[in-house]
Design a binder for this molecule. Sequence first.
Ligand SMILES: NC(=O)c1ccc[n+]([C@@H]2O[C@H](COP(=O)([O-])OP(=O)(O)OC[C@H]3O[C@@H](n4cnc5c(N)ncnc54)[C@H](O)[C@@H]3O)[C@@H](O)[C@H]2O)c1
Length: 483
Amino acid sequence: MHDPLDNGTARAIWRGQFPRPANRQTVCVQGLGFVGTAMAIAVANARDEIGEFLFDVIGVDLPTPEGQSKVDAVNAGKLPLATTDEELVQAFETAVANNTLTATTDPCAYQLADVTIVDIHLDVIRGEDGQPTVRFDGFRKAMSVLGQTMRPGSLVVVETTVPPGTCEYVVRPTIAEALQERGLPEDAILIAHSYERVMPGKEYYRSIVNFWRVFSGTTEAAADACEAFLSKVIHTKEYPLRRLHATTASETAKVLENSYRATNIAFIEEWGQFAESVGIDLFEVIDAVRVRPTHSNIRQPGFGVGGYCLTKDPLLAGIGARELFGIEGMDFPFSSRAVEVNAAMPKRSVEILRQQLGSIHGKRILLLGVSYRQDVADTRYSPSEVFVNTARAEGAEVVCHDPLVAFWTEQMEHLPSEIPEPHTFDAVVFAVPHREYQEMDVTRWLGDARPLILDANNVLTEEQRLTMRQAGCPMAAVGRGNH
Ligand SMILES: NC(=O)c1ccc[n+]([C@@H]2O[C@H](COP(=O)([O-])OP(=O)(O)OC[C@H]3O[C@@H](n4cnc5c(N)ncnc54)[C@H](O)[C@@H]3O)[C@@H](O)[C@H]2O)c1
């Protein structure tokens, strides 16, 4: 059967920049989101020992308005995400200046790829039976396109967080089917899994290139190819790679580490409530406990858990067990409960306001921070959304601010660029420890206003807290009783 490989078509999308240096490999990154964009930049900056760039990178996204706008931004030399990490900005500019990064919505780009990195999303939803499940249809389609287009001998590296078993039972058969339709052997494309531990925030870029990685392949050859590729992008001398014996093991490692973190956070919730009730400071308690090396990473009370990972990843092992391995009754109750506890956590802040103000009906509340964590602009599944919806449903008027968010997509709300003056508010909730809030001169900002201050996420410094208290502001804090 004729193999529809047509490099001419694919190369035409490359903004007429060929011929390229012959020794460079081409890497496609499927999905230009928070992970894919940063990974594409990291690969586009990889160099050999004499400083020559190693890869031409093509970011590929969907021809949707969102996908197209990311592609257009990259091709116009504009970073398609907001970040406080100067190193990521500089690395992007280096890639643009050296023509090592471009983007397209045309899937024929995969025909050029020696390696395709899969960084698309895989949402967890509730099925008709109420059980969590994933939307595999879009993911399967994406894998099928790779099978239809990529060259024999090329490598697919799945970075998307998936239910354990996905590479073996979804990616491999989907790509094999597409290859067979092309008349190619079903294992003509190598398949590996290596998950991202990227942390959007101040160390966004470094969390990719200067961090330990786990990987595996569906075959030894795939694992070898993945190891060779990652060694060129990541500083593996200082941060060695860890090879696992099966892609299901590597997929499990990712899900386990995020389930552990989510459960650790959820575990502290009841202790925070206890501390508030009996008038002690749980942060002080936790600092005392953390000196034990075995307890050094115990979490602390907070506003809630958001973002795209910890809110869904603890559910993926159960989904994999049920849907890919056909195991019934393996429901991961700790992990499932952690997701529930963390999702409800922002309601605790509403409850504290209710207790302090009598009722929040008709009260004006200023919420400082709407992204899901400090120094990031990502508002997906943000605890602030739960807080705002709950408080507004009770008749409160909530005004929001975030130094990194001009338009809050999930709430369809434009936010003010400056921190609003406190005078007209009954309460101010510090929800996200953005640098801007921790560095603000609270005396100047307060003026003669004395609203209730709720530090919901250990945002304020000790000095800021003391200043506000001495100024006469009523003070409350998640995890801190009035001691
Ligand atoms: N955000 C994080 O901090 C983080 C950290 C580690 C791992 N992860 C995991 O990485 C994966 C990606 O996360 P994200 O935050 O970048 O998601 P995202 O939603 O920001 O990005 C996904 C991108 O993929 C695109 N896409 C979807 N289907 C596509 C297709 N068929 N072809 C091309 N593009 C397609 C979407 O349009 C979107 O731009 C998820 O599995 C997530 O759990 C995320």
